[in-house]
Design a protein around this ligand. Structure first.
Ligand code: NAD
Length: 492
């Protein structure tokens, strides 16, 4: 079966999804462009306070009438399992919609993103009846227990780089725990989440429990954070926006926030890493996949000086093999940048890195545009010192810096970053060194001989320091959507 498709043949959802149906509100629209060719894909509204209030009213009503939080957990699980099944059955449509509207390649969205989104929903559905509390030690005649309860309405805001999957990490956990959700995805990639919301309604998720409002961050996103009925915020996005959301949540009634933020992840390559061609493939995928628009992108290559020249040469060889092209062409291997603005930002940052003393090993400029798409050449930079912007800030594009070290201690020290601590990888055939480096690196996720999240849903993701706090996926990513209540009973 060919996975390539004609993007003009795909139907695109409209409006916001509030109270179980599509709702269009008057007001200014946001024109969404396809990153592969800059052609218009559709227009969505900037919902602002009006849409968020409608969604909150729908969620309040749904929580009351549907008994979602209090029904037998297995019944809740059944509904979510049906939802997962529908996602799976619609994987071709969802995968095509995702490929059309984002930087994700169709070679991965149908069999990957869409199927994984169904998997995430199923994973959390299975948690519905596994929510447990504790009974604490007390004197006779008293009973003390701690139970976990849903918050009520959860606000979830996500970015554009994996629109369906990152959204599912939030809505599936929140719904499984008994909450209603008001979601906003990026104004650059609104459509696939709308399609998921329609499937949720078809699967029997009670109308009003799963709402999607579209719009800009400073208007609609901020309105979600500020709304008094939204009791908890789960956010994925940049560190700057995460800080703004934290401040807004503090000013809006003190509500908890879970933040999955940016990264500047090191790839520590030891001299005993193994077949250098294999290692070069792994290391280059880690900064080039999705054109580097991955929070955990391995954007800092830190390599033993004994193998540095050969590794860099082999990485440059891998870079030459990429095929940039439209996301709907199954032979494309290298993704576009999500928007012209982001492309310009990456280019400006690379130029600034060079102005501050860095030098270009390969790349360093936009790729000759194909179909007017936004493509940036995979770029390797060296001589990037600690005070250089190329070290301090996240590129969020296919750009990596290279540094060398003389011994493991120096390598571990270089892997540290003053701001970020999202993830790191170590490439070595020596288990002792791998464990030593894993202990020494300050990051929320550490991988040995791979770079990137485990495909298992059980794997809890989240960062340290400026990369945020709170977890997505795994048991912790489910419990994130609950709050603990301590109950004390005197029966003496
Ligand atoms: P962004 O922070 O600009 O936007 C993320 C979301 O927040 C969007 O929906 C946006 O509309 C909204 N937003 C913006 N300002 C807001 C405000 N003041 N109030 C409320 N909402 C607001 O991020 P982006 O450019 O869309 O995505 C890229 C960033 O996301 C990168 O920094 C990347 O590392 C990070 N990211 C992190 C993870 C993770 O798991 N740690 C995963 C994916 C992406």
């Amino acid at each position: 079966m060919t996975l390539s498709f004609d993007p003009n043949s795909i139907s695109v959802p409209k409006g916001h999804h509030i109270g179980g149906r599509s709702v269009e509100l008057p007001g200014a629209g946001i024109e969404v462009l396809r990153p592969s060719d800059q052609q218009p894909m559709g227009t969505v509204g900037d919902g602002g306070e009006e849409a968020v209030e409608m969604a909150a009213a729908a969620a309040r009503a749904a929580l009351k009438t549907s008994n979602w939080a209090k029904m037998a957990p297995r019944e809740r699980a059944k509904v979510l399992m049906r939802f997962a099944q529908l996602i799976e059955e619609n994987n071709v449509y969802l995968g095509q919609l995702e490929a059309m509207g984002s930087s994700r390649l169709v070679s991965g969205t149908i069999t990957g993103d869409a199927i994984r989104t169904a998997g995430v929903v199923r994973y959390f559905a299975e948690y519905c009846d596994k929510l447990e509390g504790i009974v604490t030690a007390t004197e006779g005649g008293t009973l003390s227990y701690v139970k976990r309860e849903p918050y009520g309405i959860v606000g979830a805001i996500v970015p554009w780089n994996f629109p369906m999957i990152t959204a599912a990490w939030k809505f599936a956990g929140a719904l499984a725990a008994g909450n209603a959700v008001i979601m906003k995805t990026s104004e650059l990639t609104p459509h696939s989440l709308l399609a998921l919301a329609e499937l949720a309604a078809k699967a029997g998720v009670p109308a009003g429990l799963f709402n999607v409002v579209n719009g800009y961050g400073h208007t609609t996103g901020a309105a979600i954070v500020r709304h008094p009925d939204v009791m908890m915020i789960s956010f994925t996005g940049s560190t700057q926006t995460g800080a703004a959301i934290m401040a807004l949540a503090a000013q809006s009634g003190i509500k908890p926030v879970a933040l999955e933020l940016g990264g500047k992840s090191p790839q520590l390559v030891l001299a005993d890493a193994g077949d250098l061609d294999v290692v070069a493939g792994r290391v280059s995928t880690a900064f080039m996949a999705n054109a580097g628009q991955v929070c955990t992108a391995g954007s800092r290559i830190i390599v033993d000086e004994k193998i540095a020249d050969e590794l860099v040469e082999r990485i440059v060889g891998k870079v030459r093999q990429i095929k940039a092209g439209p996301t709907w062409d199954e032979t494309t291997t290298f993704a576009p940048i999500i928007s012209r603005r982001q492309l310009d930002r990456i280019d400006a940052m690379v130029r600034q890195t060079v102005a501050e003393g860095g030098s270009v090993v390969t790349g360093g400029a936009p790729l000759e545009s194909r179909n007017e798409g936004n493509f940036y050449a995979p770029t390797l930079l060296k001589d990037v010192a600690d005070d250089n912007i190329g070290f301090r800030e996240e590129f969020f594009g296919p750009v990596a810096t290279v540094r060398t070290f003389a011994d493991l201690e120096e390598g571990i020290a270089l892997a540290a970053h003053p701001t970020y601590g999202l993830s790191a990888s170590i490439h070595t055939s020596d288990l002792k060194k791998a464990l030593k480096a894993a202990d020494g690196i300050e990051a929320g996720m550490v991988w040995v001989n791979q770079h990137g999240r485990s495909p298992e849903f059980t794997y809890t993701a989240g960062g340290f320091k400026g990369s945020g706090f709170g977890k997505d996926m795994g048991r912790a990513g489910f419990e994130e959507f609950t709050r603990q209540k301590a109950v004390w009973v005197n029966y003496a």
